[in-house]
Design a binder for this molecule. Structure first.
Ligand code: ASP
Ligand code: MG
Length: 413
């Protein structure tokens, strides 16, 4: 018998038939005698629809009110699941994030979990109940409802697993696990059986949507083993855990992200402290930035150009932050370009083998794909390329690094 925290994503509870299917899965575990805390996301596209309504009536909805609104999505799915379980004769109780004891900061729409008072969950478990917790939400110490940022149900599940000392955390989704590339793009993509927290965190930050980055960070910090698997199959998925270095492979996966915008600031004064002022404002607005490049601008006017990449989700905030800076003349002009995609080669061995960078650039060159920006970390090399070539790039890189390990370098190219 194990103590398991499970999380079912929005597509797993998209309609009543699926809610029933989830209830049957919960029943299977329950009949085996496992103790269960079940975290659920909002049904299907509910969160998007709620957001859309708010923006229909207000260009910049007050964030506290947005959280009141968004948190209702998960309240629907947890109560429906509990009602469905009751119909199957299983004793359960649904709780909002606040009722479950999840206390957060008051940074509305992206609140941080500060602590979890687990007494209530524990006492319901002791009564033999399945405890169903609304994902993606908590409350401040002033009883205000908060949400944890998009995809935040993963963070709820992993944080609860850590706080309650669960044996492991299962993330049920609509794919069979984490793959070496998106199987819809690369037919040869394989499921990864075990992946390290570091690699999973890198993939999450690069746009792999199966597991939210904060959830990976939580799990790593508290040593929670995470099993990412499909709601719709019994198949074993991917285990995210500490991986023995002996098993490490150089390249683990090829990821891509379409949801990006390239921002160019033209005519930035070439003086100490200017970059700090620009990025301070972005940081204050919680915009995360990738691939920062400073290039030659106008020499005569002693100006530089800056380019960087932000997520589409952050575009609105970025524009807002930059309009304040433009007013104090920190740059002369700006351009936003959303016709770009980032493809990345991820793996622990990337930085120790300089031939990998060469092979990436050679393959993209061979495909006639122009690289606009490049960024690297210990665990990845990313290239910004035209969006319409993304699929070609992902397939070619997967072929190079993940289909035939014996590939030899063609120095003639
Ligand atoms: N319902 C929220 C969202 O769509 C949280 C989640 O699904 O994890 O972002
Ligand atoms: Mg999700």
């Amino acid at each position: 018998m194990s103590f398991i925290v499970q999380k079912y994503g929005g597509s797993s509870v998209a309609d009543l038939e699926r809610v029933r299917h989830v209830a049957f899965r919960v029943k299977q575990y329950w009949e085996l005698g496992h103790q269960l805390v079940v975290v659920v996301s909002a049904m299907g596209k509910t969160t998007d629809q709620l957001l859309h309504m708010a923006f229909e009536v207000h260009p910049r909805p007050p964030e506290r009110e947005l959280d009141m609104l968004l948190a209702t999505g998960e309240q629907i799915s947890v109560s429906l699941l509990s009602i469905t379980l009751d119909a199957l004769g299983i004793d359960s109780i649904s709780l909002t994030g606040g009722q479950a004891g999840i206390i957060t900061s008051d940074f509305y729409t992206r609140a941080k979990i500060l602590r979890i008072h687990s007494a209530r969950i524990r006492s319901h478990l002791a009564e033999g109940k399945v405890v169903i917790v609304a994902g993606f939400q908590g409350k401040t110490s002033n009883e205000d409802i908060t949400t944890l940022g998009r995809g935040g149900s993963d963070a709820t599940a992993c944080a609860l697993a850590a706080a309650l000392g669960a044996d492991f955390c299962e993330i049920f989704t609509d794919v069979n696990g984490v793959f070496t590339a998106d199987p819809r793009i690369v037919s040869q993509a394989r499921k990864i059986h075990r992946i390290s927290y570091d690699e999973m965190a890198e993939m999450a930050s690069l746009g792999a949507r199966v597991l939210q980055l904060r959830a990976v960070d939580f799990s790593q910090k508290y040593g929670v083993r995470v099993h990412v698997r499909s709601t719709f199959s019994e198949e074993e998925g991917t285990w995210v855990e500490e991986v023995d270095t002996m098993e490490e492979v150089k390249v683990r996966a090829i990821t891509h992200s379409r949801d990006l915008v390239k921002v160019v600031l033209l005519g930035v004064p070439n003086e100490p402290g200017v970059a700090a002022r620009i990025f301070k404002v972005l940081a204050e607005n919680m915009v995360s930035v990738d691939m920062i490049i400073q290039s030659e601008g106008s020499e005569a006017q002693n100006q530089k150009d800056f380019a960087f990449v932000v997520s589409k989700e952050d575009e609105r905030k970025t524009r807002g932050a930059l309009s304040d800076l433009g007013r104090v003349l920190l740059f002369q002009g700006q351009k936003f370009d959303d016709s770009v995609t980032r493809v990345s080669v991820v793996g622990v061995g990337i930085m120790s083998d300089s031939s990998i960078a060469h092979r990436i650039f050679r393959i993209l060159g061979k495909c006639g794909i122009n690289i606009d920006m490049i960024s690297t970390s210990n665990l990845r090399i990313s290239c910004l390329i035209p969006a319409e070539r993304m699929e070609d790039a992902v397939r070619a890189l997967h072929g190079e690094f993940l289909e035939d390990e014996e590939v030899t370098l063609n120095e003639d190219f």
